[in-house]
Each structure stands twice: as structure tokens, then as C-alpha cells.
Write a protein that binds this ligand. Structure first.
Ligand code: PA5
Length: 444
């Protein structure tokens, strides 16, 4: 099995082993609530058995659609926001070569839209796509989210103007609810290829559904290995053989209760930047409720040691770190010797760059622990589809357990509606007349 090792030794200064052991029955009961589906939000637990329940025929079908887009497009625009984009972005960045922006080997290029309302972003994108063969994967579970709806309206019009409605319809794939929502209606009318996001899988838990799998397959990565990695982890979690999610969930809750209100997810591999972003959404939207919840923050080290390092070492002691450590780099790069040695680096000559990185990691961990920042260490062997599938399932399972330990419903997100109500009122959306009057009065 792909290994995920959780080491909490460096968290034990802030919370004792006995305090963690005292939470054993609490964590057990949260696991049972999750696995038996007896808690709040239990109509959104489809992800718990999703890897096992995903038929290989669906993976083959997604792969075939991906091959079609790959053969017909130079660029594929993935339109979505939140859970409808972050998982795909995280995996594609984690597995890709950041410098292969566009070349024959990585055709097509994957770009994202609908995750902001930046006019200049959309202008730049439209100009970039001008004259290129492009396709669109539009993803919205509700089918009504404003940001992707605006981007899709613009890009659909551009594509139809460039290649005609019929060819455009062949190059557009919609991933949405089986029956409801404006996107479903549109997709049915236009005859797009579609995939369904099941009702019982929430957006931020949907990376292993077509939401994540189709863009990842279009990017050329092995979705079967990704799902297999998650299947292994699901099996080990549900059989009780693997306790790593429980250990992580318990330790972060113990730290929170001891006054550590902010968790910083740390990576030492720039490919994991968007994995951190995916994790931030998963935990932030699942746990930040009822005026409770660990604040999920994230940094890329060693880059951010030169910006946030000072704060973490020396600022307010309300933080703890969770480090994702990738034990093996994919490639070997050795530091050369230099006769003049003007930069004084010959003491590193012959060493691998990853060896220096690992010493930065260890040195930082020791310094931060000494500075009063407890540390949870999560290690994986290497970055590939299988380990990422396992890691995704691990963090999802731990999130469900942790949310129940915190005493919230981890599977809703009532708080994200507040800004939408105001925005629609300000834009005078039909149906919001009363809110429009009230908000105009308020800002007068
Ligand atoms: O996790 C969630 O449910 C949200 O982040 C959604 O994914 C996000 O709001 C996008 O919603 P939709 O897919 O309905 O457009």
C-alpha cells in the first residue's frame, strides 16, 4: 500500500500523549458517526466509499472523452470555482512539469477560468485563446454559480463564433447535477457530453469524481492509479487497519483545544502549492462554523521562510504546523564543484539539491518546535498518482472525523451564501427586490 506516515512526536510539547490518549473514545465515536452515517450532514457521505464504488467503466469513459479533447484541442479551459476546480488544479500541478506550459509533449495546455470575476483575467484569456483550437470543461454542481456561469457564457460565445455551434458543442463537456440547475438544462439542449456529480458528494469532496478526473485525464495523468491509491486508503481506513487519519484528526483537535487556533500546512515541494490550496478549502469550508474551527493557512517552504518565516518563528504562539514531506524527488540534480568557489558553495559540491532541501526541512522543523510551534509530520514516499490518491482520501477522512470532533456539520457551507445575497441584491437580480431596496438604503 502507498504509505502515509503521521508522526506527532514534535506536537507533544504542547499537548501530552495522555491528553491525546484521553480523546480515544471521542475519536472512535466520530469515526463511527462518519462511517455509519449517523451524524449531521450524513446525506453528503458519498465520498467515503466513492473510490470503491467508482466503476472502471466510468474511468474508461472519462479517459475516452479526455482522449477526444486531447486530440482536438491545443488548450482546454476548465471552468469552475471552489470544489469544482481546486482538486483538479492541485493534482495537475502536483504531477506536472511547471515549465511545460505548452509544447507538443504536454498538449493540450490546461488553463482555468470561472474561479474569479476578474475582468482583465477574462480579457487576457480570451485574447490568449484567440486563433487557438480550444475546448471547455464546465463544472458546477449546482449549475447556478455566478463566477463560472459568467466565464462559460463568454467562452461558449467565443468558441461558437470561432468554429460554429456544432463543433463547439463537441468540444464542450459539462459536469453537473443529474437533473437540476441551469447548466444541466443548457447541456441537454446543446447536446454536450455530460458527467454527473452525485447528490451525496459535496463540491470540496469531489476531486475523485469526474469533476477532478476529467481535467486530470486531459492533462495526461493516470486516473486509474489515482483512484487505486484512494481505494487502498479507503479499504485500510474502513477496515480499521489504518489509523493515520484518526491520529491526525485527534492531534489537531487537541492542539486547537490547547489554544493553537491556526494550522499552517507546509510543503517543501513547489508542486504542492495548489494541494495546499485544496486542503485549505477542504478544512476551512468544513470546519469554520458556529464561531469555531481551526483557521487553515498554508505556506511553501523554503520560499516563504523568506517572508513568513519570521512570524512563524517568533510571532504570536497560536499556531501549529503540519508538514507534508515528500521523501523522494523524481529526478536527480547534483550541485557542481567550482574551482574558483567564489560563492563559497563547494561544501555542497556533489550533493543532491534534495539533500539540501531535506536539511532545510529538518532544520526548520527543529527551529520552529524550539520556538513553540508544535509540528505534525505527514510523510509520503514520492509524488505520483497513487500516493496523491491516497493522500486525498486521507485528508478527506481526517476532515470528516475532525469536524465531528469539533461539533460541527462538516458537510454544509451556510456561510458562503452571505456574500452572494449581497452581491445579487447590489446587482438587482430578479427575485432580490426587497434585498436590493434594503442594501441600497444601507450604503446610501
Ligand atoms: O465545496 C463546495 O461545495 C463549494 O466550494 C463549491 O464547490 C463551490 O461553491 C462551487 O459550487 P458549484 O459546483 O455548485 O458551482
Amino acid at each position: 500500500m502507498n504509505n502515509i506516515r503521521v508522526n506527532i512526536n514534535d506536537a507533544l510539547g504542547a499537548v501530552s500523549q495522555s491528553a491525546i490518549e484521553a480523546m480515544a473514545s471521542e475519536v472512535r465515536s466520530s469515526v463511527n458517526t462518519l462511517v455509519e452515517g449517523t451524524g449531521a450532514g450524513n446525506d453528503f457521505l458519498g465520498w467515503v466509499r466513492l473510490p470503491e464504488n467508482t466503476p472502471d467503466t466510468l474511468l474508461d469513459d472519462i479517459q475516452a472523452t479526455a482522449e477526444r479533447l486531447r486530440s482536438e484541442c491545443e488548450v482546454v479551459v476548465v471552468v469552475g470555482i471552489g470544489g469544482s476546480y481546486l482538486g483538479a488544479k492541485a493534482v495537475i500541478e502536483a504531477l506536472g512539469n511547471p515549465f511545460d506550459v505548452y509544447n507538443a509533449a504536454c498538449k493540450p495546455q490546461i488553463v482555468f477560468a470561472g474561479h474569479n470575476i476578474g475582468e482583465d483575467y477574462l480579457y487576457d484569456l480570451q485574447h490568449y485563446l484567440d486563433g487557438k483550437k480550444f475546448g471547455i470543461i464546465v463544472i458546477s454542481k449546482s449549475g447556478t454559480t455566478t463566477e463560472p456561469a459568467i466565464a462559460f457564457r463568454l467562452l461558449k460565445a467565443q468558441l461558437e463564433a470561432a468554429v460554429g455551434r456544432e463543433t463547439a458543442a463537441r468540444r464542450i463537456v459539462a459536469i453537473t447535477d443529474a437533473k437540476r440547475g441551469a447548466l444541466r438544462t443548457l447541456a441537454n439542449e446543446e447536446g454536450y457530453t455530460t458527467y454527473v456529480i452525485e447528490d451525496n458528494v459535496g463540491g470540496r469532496f469531489s476531486v475523485l469524481t469526474p469533476v477532478g478526473l476529467l481535467p486530470i485525464a486531459v492533462a495526461g495523468h493516470d486516473i486509474k492509479a489515482l483512484v487505486d491509491g484512494a481505494r487502498e486508503r479507503q479499504k485500510a481506513f474502513l477496515s480499521g487497519a489504518d489509523k493515520s487519519a484518526e491520529v491526525y484528526a485527534t492531534t489537531r483537535n487537541a492542539l486547537y483545544r490547547s489554544g493553537k487556533k491556526i494550522e499552517i500546512l507546509v510543503n517543501y515541494n513547489p508542486r504542492l502549492h495548489y494541494f495546499n490550496e485544496w486542503w485549505k478549502q477542504l478544512y476551512g469550508e468544513s470546519e469554520g462554523k458556529d464561531h469555531k474551527g481551526i483557521y487553515p493557512a498554508a505556506v511553501d517552504f523554503s520560499t516563504d521562510l523568506h517572508s513568513m518565516g519570521q512570524w512563524i518563528q517568533d510571532g504570536e504562539r497560536t499556531i501549529f504546523e503540519t508538514v507534508i514531506s515528500v521523501e523522494n524527488a523524481d529526478h536527480e540534480v547534483r550541485i557542481p564543484s567550482d574551482d574558483a568557489n567564489l560563492d563559497g558553495l563547494n561544501f555542497l559540491a556533489g550533493k543532491r539539491v534534495d539533500e539540501v532541501n531535506k536539511m532545510a526541512e529538518l532544520g526548520t522543523r527543529l527551529a520552529h518546535v524550539d520556538g513553540g510551534v508544535p509540528n505534525i509530520l505527514i510523510s509520503i514516499d514520492s509524488l505520483n498518482e497513487r500516493t496523491l490518491g491516497g493522500l486525498i482520501y486521507f485528508f478527506e477522512a481526517a476532515c470528516g472525523i475532525s469536524g465531528y470532533m469539533l461539533g460541527v456539520n462538516p458537510f454544509n457551507q451556510p456561510g458562503v451564501e452571505a456574500y452572494k445575497r449581497n452581491m445579487f441584491a447590489l446587482l438587482a437580480k430578479p427575485g432580490y427586490e426587497e434585498e436590493t431596496r434594503a442594501i441600497r438604503e444601507r450604503i446610501r
